[in-house]
Design a protein around this ligand. Sequence first.
Ligand code: MEV
Length: 431
Amino acid sequence: MTKLVSGFSKLSKNEKIDWLTATYLNGNTTAKNTIKQYWNSNEKLQSLHDDFIENTISNFYLPLGIAPNFDINGTIYTIPMVIEESSVVAAASKAAKFWQTRGGFKAEVVSTEKIGQVHFTYSGTFKDLQAFFNTIKPQILKDSKAITKNMEKRGGGILDIVLVNKTKDLKDYYQLHATFETLDAMGANFINSCLEQFATTLKNEATKLKGNLNVVMSILSNYVPNCIVKASVSCKIEELADKGINAEEFATKFVQAVNIAKVEPYRAVTHNKGIMNGVDAVVLATGNDFRAIEAGVHAYASKNGTYSSLTHAKIENGIFTFWIELPLALGTVGGLTKLHPLVKLALEVLGNPNAKQLMQIVAVAGLAQNFGALRSLTTTGIQEGHMKMHLMNILNQFEATKEEKTIIVEKFKTETVTHSAVVEAINGLRK
Ligand code: MEV
């Protein structure tokens, strides 16, 4: 049977499922039921989700958890987190509680500039192009007014447009490099619309120019090194003492662990992955684009030429300080923020933050996650806590009953969780 299909997007949802199951799943009715059991019985809600993307056949659940007790600049937050990995929400909650009694998290937005570029080629001289750009720049801005006027009314808009000569890197390659302030919007649509308008004006005006000018593309950049938030925690070394942890030893090892991630890319990637456990979970819960955030954050982690840690730690005059610096282009208006009922709710739980406040919350979630991971790694190791959290996944995998779960969870309160030990315990109960 051919697996090629034409006119697929025009099929109804049921027809798409029929085609999929007939082509890949032997027309299996169980497969059909698996797909359909995730449909929401509320038709309006289902249709809303169907329309988020194309060719929707079902919904794919991810757990929404909450991590309470975050003191950020003196306000207490409960942070919604969407993530499939066990231990992450627990680690966030634990770190929140730990720092709540030690001064809380401090966070500040350093800058909020977004970037977009029109990439084009030109066959003439840079001198001619620069003179041409200087004359048409007011026209470019004027032609964009219809797009920018609402944003300008709210205090945002285009910050600047500069011509960049990239011919050292690529023959005939130039850019219009534009900077924007998009306030509480992530700004992708606004920026891309502006850029496409810049490109149109550029092409129209280029008829007056000697040499050929060709626009290649116009698109925002997800690298936003001037849209930065900082978050930190700090306390006296002795205040780090906690349940059998020697404060001095812990602080020293912790700083060493961060310093290792600064100089060793293999470690830095995992270190930053742990940070992104917290960052992505809040970014997803608040309806933001986690791929954009991921791409931008990892580029920022390499800004000095080697991939390095996003967090920093120091001990100075008996004070332990741990901080993060992240580029985060986030929005609290537009996109899914009003559309997705759970996103709307998550934002409400956070007190309907503006974009700057959300940047702070997300950075804190990343810092808390990194604190939790490094605390485990430099003391007990992560497997102890992780396997305890993973226990429920193993029990569910073996379809343990409620009674079986209660007995086994109790048993592993005092024993080491390993996959085989849990399977053995299940089998023992079922004998
Ligand atoms: C696991 O998801 C994240 C960690 O590996 C992060 C780290 O090693 O710092 C625990």
